[in-house]
Write a protein that binds this ligand. Structure first.
Ligand code: FPP
Ligand code: MG
Length: 294
């Protein structure tokens, strides 16, 4: 199976499960739920995939960790809703469709994002209903999601992404931004599946190294696509980073050096993948991220 086919299989499992976590028809005002559904549709399901593949690699059936996989996707989608809002990146287009605040309105988008963040933690705790998984492992995943995405993680990365707009930024500041705003949720997603499966600490550390490199590679390729991609493939505006004065590798180092940096992170991820079970999936993911056009 190619990685695209594996991602498609993951989507077939995750999308109905996400739908089950949303309120049923008529339970709450539909506009809010419609905005949440809009926010949840259209992504690659990379974070659920990482969680489910890590679970598989360490001996669990991937379906077992579906609640956690759904929670990770909810949190990711919430970040994109808030990221696109006028007070943050002010972007009208996401996944080839109107951004949530454009399709609905700013207040509804803000609240849909809020509900998805809280829903993410609800999903993670519901993992405890799975009889095969020890509650301590679930609790560890909840704590890690808060740590990797809170004030020492994704949110601080985004705060610095905004603070550095329009001013010179050092390479170490840029790596800090990418590590936090992007790589930390990718690390957390991979670790969650492995934690639930009871992976030993040395393997968790190796998986974290792998996912950190993959996450940094993912954000550089995102920034490269903002320069040399096209809206038809990426489903979002091109040239937005330069227009907003965002700190990016292409902006800081130039295109050629940014591509070299991407290769370096790709090589680092491949090196870490060598010591992981189901190595071929982790390797295929690196190739997928390097070649992605969306
Ligand atoms: C996309 O990056 C955005 C992120 C990686 C993170 C955004 C985070 C927030 C808005 C903080 C909100 C936090 C929570 C927990 C909801 P990008 O803007 O470089 O990429 P893009 O081209 O896809 O917009
Ligand atoms: Mg953005």
């Amino acid at each position: 199976m190619t990685l695209e086919q594996r991602l498609a299989v993951c989507r077939e499992r995750v999308d109905p499960a996400l739908e089950r976590f949303l309120p049923a028809d008529g339970e709450v005002p539909t506009r809010l739920v419609a905005a949440m559904r809009h926010a949840l549709s259209g992504g690659k399901r990379l974070r659920p995939f990482l969680c489910m593949e890590a679970a598989r690699a360490f001996g669990l059936r991937p379906e077992t960790v579906l609640p956690t996989a759904c929670g990770l996707e909810m949190l990711h989608c919430a970040t994109l809703v808030h990221d696109d809002m006028p007070c943050v990146d002010d972007s009208d287009l996401r996944h080839g469709r109107a951004a949530c605040h454009v399709e609905f309105d700013e207040a509804t988008a803000l609240l849909a994002g809020d509900a998805l963040i809280i829903g993410a933690f609800e999903c993670l705790t519901r993992q405890a209903e799975e009889p095969d998984i020890a509650p301590e492992r679930v609790l560890r995943c909840v704590r890690e999601l808060a740590e990797y995405t809170g004030v020492r993680g994704l949110v601080v990365g985004e705060a610095l992404d905004i603070e550095t707009e329009g001013r010179p930024c050092t390479e170490s500041e840029l790596e800090f931004i990418h590590l936090n705003k992007t790589a930390k949720l990718i690390i957390c997603s991979s670790r969650s599946g492995a934690v639930l499966a009871g992976a030993p600490d040395d393997q968790l550390a190796r998986l974290s190294e792998y996912a950190e490199a993959l996450g940094l590679l993912f954000q550089i390729t995102d920034d490269l696509l903002d320069v040399d991609g096209d809206t038809a493939s990426t489903g979002k505006p091109v040239g937005a980073d330069a227009a907003a004065g965002k700190a990016t590798y292409p902006g800081l180092l130039g295109l050629a050096a940014a591509r070299e940096r991407a290769e370096l992170f790709g090589a680092r991820a491949l090196q870490s993948a060598k010591g992981l079970p189901n190595r071929e999936v982790w390797e295929a993911l690196v190739e997928f991220v390097v070649k992605r056009r969306h």
